[in-house]
Design a protein around this ligand. Structure first.
Ligand code: AKB
Length: 315
């Protein structure tokens, strides 16, 4: 049985990843770590440790004491927050990743970390963006993500560390809200649809971005980590996506369930500039070919499920 340590366990992905891993591999085999403790399913359903990922010594000790054989490094600042504080973002995103890779090398752990569509930039082909292409991002987050992809490849080539990763699109979930991302509008819109019947989007109509529903994202992580190493030609930064849409299309999908729903626009120039620098849609065929990536949710199916789950959550 695997012994998996997860950093950033109380974040948007971590909150659900921990529960999925605990149900697949056993609660005691999945150690959740985060810089803060907030009483939740994550902290109450299995082992939890406070950990600042910029503290390499503590990270080593926590991983060693737990007897980890796998590291999933999720702690990171998202794109819009990183743009507000680029030096802090560099230190946290790159420092945390380097520490997680070093600890994994020292203890010989299988390693996962997510990259993002943010690793692409304005000169990247915009439509059906290939797996291997031009990457000149113009955001601090993007610079971190490209550097991280290269660093993970380096640890595999140089030290034989079993590093694996995907480029996630915007992730939509009904458990923990994302914080400080550019694609967050596609989560907020569901909350506001139920709470107020309307939503004002900070992303302009016509701005396409890739998205994926959280259950598909979690399954992708498990499938990639379980994949036969010999079949992986790319190891890190696999393009994965389930759908590409722009704000009026998600609004139309919500309108099918809540006919009175209305969308308006009040564009935030910072997040709009980030979105404009990212692809409209990416090509996940390398992930499909090398480890059988598959997404089960399209926009309509996700919308029905999101609204159903959020109705219960919001009461
Ligand atoms: C963000 O918007 O920053 C993230 C991402 C696409 O990496 N959701």
């Amino acid at each position: 049985m695997k012994k998996i340590m997860v950093t950033g366990a109380l974040g948007q992905i971590g909150s659900e990843l921990i529960m999925k891993l605990r149900s697949e591999y056993g609660a005691d085999n999945v150690l959740a770590t985060d810089i803060r403790h907030v009483m939740s399913n994550v902290t109450e359903s299995g082992p939890f440790e406070i950990l600042d990922v910029t503290d390499a010594k503590s990270m080593h000790k926590v991983a060693k004491d737990f007897g980890a054989d796998t590291m999933m490094h999720m702690a990171a600042l998202l794109s819009a927050t990183a743009e507000k504080n680029p030096v802090f973002a560099w230190n946290l995103n790159m420092g945390g990743l380097l520490n997680a890779l070093e600890v994994s090398r020292e203890l010989n752990l299988q390693f996962f970390t997510p990259s993002s569509i943010g690793a692409f930039g304005p000169s990247t082909p915009k439509k059906n963006t290939p797996q291997d292409t031009l990457q000149r991002p113009t955001t601090m987050y993007g610079v971190n993500k490209v550097s991280g992809e290269l660093l993970c490849d380096y640890y595999y080539e140089r030290f034989g560390l079993d590093t694996r990763g995907v480029r996630f699109p915007g992730l939509i979930s009904n458990v923990a809200k994302p914080g400080g991302g550019t694609t967050d509008y596609a989560v907020d819109i569901y909350y506001k649809a139920l709470e107020e019947g309307k939503y004002t989007s900070y992303i302009a109509e016509g701005t396409y971005m890739d998205m994926m529903y959280m259950p598909d994202a979690l399954q992708a992580i498990v499938d990639l980590m379980e994949a036969d190493s010999a079949k992986l030609k790319h190891r890190n930064a696999f393009n994965v996506t389930a759908m590409s849409f722009e704000p009026s299309q998600i609004a139309a999908a919500i309108k099918k369930e809540i006919p009175a729903f209305e969308i308006a626009y009040d564009v935030d120039p910072i997040r709009q500039a980030i979105a404009d620098s990212w692809p409209d849609s990416i090509d996940p065929s390398a992930a499909v070919e090398e480890w059988g990536f598959k997404a089960n949710y399209n926009l309509d199916k996700m919308t029905v499920d999101m609204l159903e789950k959020l109705k219960v959550k919001l009461g």
